[in-house]
Design a protein around this ligand. Sequence first.
Ligand code: ZN
Ligand code: ZN
Length: 426
Amino acid sequence: MKKILALALCTASLSMYAQHGLEKDIAAIESKVIEWRHDIHQNPELSNREFKTAEKIAEHLESLGIEVQTGVAHTGVVGILKGNKPGKVVALRADIDALPVTERNDLPFKSEVKSDYLGQEVGVMHACGHDTHIAILMGTAEILAKNKDKIRGTVKFIFQPAEEGAPPGEEGGAELMVKEGVLDNPKVDAIYGLHIGSYLPVGQIAYKPRGAMAAAQRFVVSIKGKQSHGSAPWSGVDPIYVAAKIIDGFQSIISREMELTKEAAVITVGKISGGVRNNIIPESAELVGTIRTLDYDMQEKLNARMKEMAANIAKAYRAEATVDIAKGTLITYNDPALTEASIGSLKEVAGDENVNLVNATTGAEDFSFYQKEVPGFFFILGGKDPNAGPDEHYPHHTPDFKIDDSGMLLGVKAMTNIALDFLDRK
Ligand SMILES: [Zn+2]
Ligand SMILES: [Zn+2]
């Protein structure tokens, strides 16, 4: 803490954080944040079913005098805090849903909750750490509400349901929140979000400008040939042979046509089907796979080339092929200018050496739906027990997933500082 303060005081232009002595308020809130997190961890709720969680959040925001909207995108809660001075609008987002996972950790606040998921009884657990996101944002809201007089503009707190995906047949998550106008009235100028990382030590922050997490698209290639006896291929058109050529062709799009020094791209064929027995050349074959991209121009080119290539390879061998590519999830795209402008706010609270540039990951995040509409910056906050060895892992979405309470205070500092600095910038 002392080191951070010293660092802050050395900075030529002081941010609101250091200038107005928010350190005291922030330090005082740690025990509350931990208490909220334990309560939410012990009472997890599945996507689009976050009723009690939403109630607790709304009650807290109301107690702070923040204007509250409930029932946004089913169970979402939005708080609007107007500062005493006019200015821009910044949004801070936390996702609030848990997962159908049975907790295996031995914690005093371990989840024992069971629920119905698609007709099956399952354990429910905050196995992705969204409980910490809620507690951090509730803490940030309290600090900012207390210091309203220092806010130049408006802060919008977005507590979003169903990040992990709505149950089949239901809409939900960030996409639905955007559809219901969460970025309007007042119109949001920029949005920030964080994700706790069970693999990143407490005290660390990781980020990447531009494509940080991938867009995932499912694709299906349907190949039509002509059935014949396996002994007489010349009397038919072999779709299995054509499938092999198409798989090969797809990998040449990655290796020969994608600018891989810009961003990575992946095509994986995960399933091949076609044929029934050894001596029949079947009429059709199918390939199913996934595409991962981190750049929209590259994605557009890759999608178009897959369709062209499959159709033309098939044509060369007298077959026909079509490619269906699902819209899929979006790229978690950190606006380069906003990212660059915001790094200083993170370094100030975490220390220069603890804020590090990392490689992109090929997982996906629905924060991307906000970033499609307004500039946004999403970063990773360390949550791994400082005493845990380098070989100890608590992977996300598993029964052993674990986050150390000591990581959350930096989250509150980061969100508070990044919001105030954004509003303070011209
Ligand atoms: Zn998750
Ligand atoms: Zn998550």
